[in-house]
Design a protein around this ligand. Structure first.
Ligand code: AMP
Length: 300
């Protein structure tokens, strides 16, 4: 079943202890669209400026992403993000965020996108996420991501969003910030009280935690020696998770746990190269092979 994603479409400049890349293809909706795109078709909703190279749109289309919802605004500049990773490659700081064209983006969804069954509100302005959610009629599953910028700048909108989505996915530092609690377990439970039916807290190289009214568990990350650029790992996680859920078209506890595992496997690929480079090379067989290895690792 097709999946609609709305989020940032960006130029990223990324600094790691070993290398720096300037203005590479990035953005939450882009990573989401390209990670394990073979699960189910993705329809992207986003906005770029006139500095956006048409080749990037062509690249997304060549990977099977439906870009009809990608608006190009003449005279405007594309969203830009610059981040620096610390030596542990697990933590990072944002050095610059230029919202540019995303600051005033008010998407109007075409009729067929409004009736989508699976909606992922990737990182982007909370107002934009709410706007898209309001236009959708009877989705089966809605999941949102957020980050420090929006937690600090659009807190009221974020509280409203949390009352209206099924799931919220965010990283551990963001969960602690939003819950105002330094203990990740208490933070997860506090976020659950704010509305969503489930919360996923991503913990980078330490995997991810799942919280619902009925259960809480932790899954480890897929171990890798080759960490080149962790950017987009969170969005790729979300893609693996949502892709599997959309494919299965249910969200029983068992399916949700397997979906978490697919998310972890997809995130594991992303970090192995800069930008979306690794994602462009993997096949469904690669994902399946890792999934089986991951399953073997966890069986005792
Ligand atoms: P992740 O590493 O999964 O958290 O996602 C990284 C991506 O998020 C980068 O490609 C950035 O372009 C994008 N990004 C960074 N800050 C923001 C923001 N405030 N809103 C939306 N997207 C962002």
């Amino acid at each position: 079943m097709p999946l609609v994603v709305v989020g940032s479409v960006a130029f990223d400049s990324v600094e790691t202890p070993r290398a720096t890349r300037e203005r590479v293809l990035g953005g939450s909706a882009v990573y989401f669209s390209l990670a394990a795109r073979f699960f189910t078709r993705v329809r992207l909703v986003g906005v770029v400026g006139e500095d956006w190279p048409p080749e990037y749109t062509a690249l997304l289309q060549a990977q099977g992403v439906d870009t009809a919802g990608l608006q190009v605004v003449p005279g405007a500049k594309t969203f830009f993000w610059r981040g620096r990773y610390f030596s542990n490659m697990n933590e990072r700081e944002t050095l610059d965020v230029q919202l540019n064209v995303m600051a005033h983006f008010d998407p109007i969804l075409p009729e067929d996108l409004r009736r989508c069954k699976f909606l992922f509100l990737a990182n982007g302005s909370t107002k934009m996420q709410l706007n898209v959610l309001s236009q959708c009629v009877g989705p089966m599953l809605t999941v949102a991501d957020t980050m420090d910028h929006w937690i600090r700048n659009e807190p009221q909108e974020l509280r409203e969003l949390m009352r209206r989505v099924d799931g919220l996915v965010l990283n551990d530092a963001e969960a602690k910030l939003l819950a105002e609690d330094e203990n990740v377990l208490r933070a997860g439970r506090a976020l659950l009280e704010m509305g969503p039916r489930f919360i996923v807290i991503k913990k980078g190289e330490h995997g991810a935690m799942f919280f619902s009214k009925h259960e809480m568990y932790v899954l480890p990350a897929y171990p890798t020696e080759q960490v080149e650029d962790p950017t987009g790992a969170g969005d790729s996680f979300a893609r693996g998770m949502m892709g599997y859920l959309a494919e299965q078209a249910d969200y029983t506890p068992e399916t949700l746990k397997l979906a978490m595992a697919y998310g972890i496997v997809c995130a594991g690929f992303t970090v192995e190269d800069f930008s979306v480079d690794r994602l462009l090379k993997i096949t469904r067989d690669d994902v399946q092979r890792r999934m089986e290895e991951y399953r073997r690792m966890l069986t005792f």
